[in-house]
Design a protein around this ligand. Structure first.
Ligand code: NDP
Ligand code: 8X3
Length: 252
């Protein structure tokens, strides 16, 4: 029987690459995001290319009502989910604490923390009913270090780290695996979003070294998701070879 994965934030970057990887391995995918057209185009191409089933769901993870409406009433054939990837997230701005924008802070908190909680809370009942499941939370090296002008983004990713640890403890009786994957800088649309469309600033982030690519994270996610039932990778920090942590990247 084919397995099923639900990936939030599949319209670009890690989420899209994860959907492509799992679909190519024969998994059915529930893919989510706000950009309807991108999501539907991806759904069509994944289904055609891989002969798997794809369910695209358009919603904003910040919208509690929409999350629960969409995810708690899944069609019966989609209710056996093997893996949830909480990937949807963003950084907005790189400003010192005194300069940073309150709306940016609220968006990051609402998306990266509250969105992840809403989606997890909506999906865990399927896992407890099925007596198995796997939550994979996408954290960041920003979950492990706090860097200058990272203030609230780092805080939201520290929260992802902390929530992952709590989920792992509290969902133990239900045979639910919890893996936190913490990537370093990776070349996706992340910096374009962070710098609000400023291509000069966003391109500079990935210049002078071989940055991680989205498919590197997809491959690692696939490895974590396909280990034997008694094996769980709990916490994984992954950077490109040129990066040691949030502070040290060797640029040419
Ligand atoms: P992208 O900007 O390429 O992708 C972000 C995805 O999240 C998009 O599909 C976007 O979809 C979705 N998303 C954002 N906000 C919302 C929302 N409110 N509701 C629903 N979906 C949303 O960036 P990445 O792929 O790089 O980022 C994915 C995750 O990885 C994020 O959590 C990020 O913090 C984390 N990360 C990124 C790193 C990097 O350097 N790239 C490193 C470490 C972690 P849409 O806009 O269609 O809603
Ligand atoms: C994204 C990587 O270095 O901007 O989480 O925090 S970084």
């Amino acid at each position: 029987m084919s397995k099923t994965i639900l990936i939030t934030g599949a319209t670009s970057g890690f989420g899209k690459a994860i959907a492509e990887k799992f679909a190519s391995e024969g998994w059915n995918c529930i893919i989510t995001g706000r950009r309807k057209e991108r999501l539907e185009t991806l759904a069509k191409s994944l289904a055609e290319k891989n002969k798997v089933k794809i369910l695209p769901l358009v919603f904003d993870v910040r919208n509690k009502t929409a999350v629960f409406e969409q995810l708690t009433n899944l069609p019966t054939e989609w209710q056996y989910i093997d893996v949830l990837v909480n990937n949807a997230g963003l950084a907005l701005g790189r400003d010192n604490f005194d300069q940073a924008n309150l709306d940016d802070w609220e968006t990051m908190i609402d998306t990266n923390i509250k969105g992840l909680l809403y989606v997890s809370k909506a999906i865990v009942p399927y896992f407890t009913k099925n007596k198995k499941g796997h939550i994979i939370n996408i954290g960041s090296t920003a979950a492990k270090d706090v860097y200058p002008m990272g203030n609230v983004y780092c805080a939201t990713k520290h929260a992802v780290d902390s929530i992952s640890q709590s989920q792992r403890i509290e969902l133990l009786p239900h045979h639910i695996k919890v893996t936190a994957i913490h990537p370093g800088a990776a070349e996706t649309e992340f910096s374009e979003v962070r710098f609000k469309g400023d291509k000069v600033k966003s391109t500079a982030v990935y210049t002078g070294y071989d940055a991680l690519q989205a498919n590197d994270i997809a491959d690692v996610t696939y490895y974590c998701a396909t280990l034997p039932p008694h094996v769980c990778i709990n916490d994984l920090v992954i950077t490109c070879t040129a990066q040691a942590n949030s502070f040290f990247t060797h640029k040419n």
